[in-house]
Design a protein around this ligand. Sequence first.
Ligand SMILES: [Zn+2]
Length: 160
Amino acid sequence: MTDFSNLKTKYPDLIPIRMDFECGPGWEKVLDKYFGEVAVALPSGTRLRLERVYEKYGSLRVDAMPEGPVANLVHLALDKAEFLADSRSYRYCETCGEPASLRDKHWLYVACEAHANGAPPLPPDEGGIKLDGVAYEYDEGLDDLVVVTPRAKRPTGAKR
Ligand SMILES: [Zn+2]
């Protein structure tokens, strides 16, 4: 288990030096992106209250909020960054960081073939998220959230 000291050095204002992340070292790049996005989103002088970084049901979860009152847009940006981190974590092995899939063998985990322990790959389970009444989903090609619109969905029962 890494102590993620590289990230703590890179984001000293965001990550308490003694904090333990309850996840594997393979997600360092996912967390690097997350903290990069948070650093951009937080107004100067506003601190991040980072409560927990952990794995749950296979994927990466972050519990964090801005310290003190901030504009709604800042909350929205942090919520988006959290959901992006969760979505991205389904694609990288929690152990080694190589391209990976969700696996289910006694419990859910994200692993590459080498760390899969024989479990077959499953599709990611990120679903979507509704923020301020707008539905978003993760677009892997864009590596970003996109707004879900009804016409973006393929009509069910259409002939192909
Ligand atoms: Zn691996």
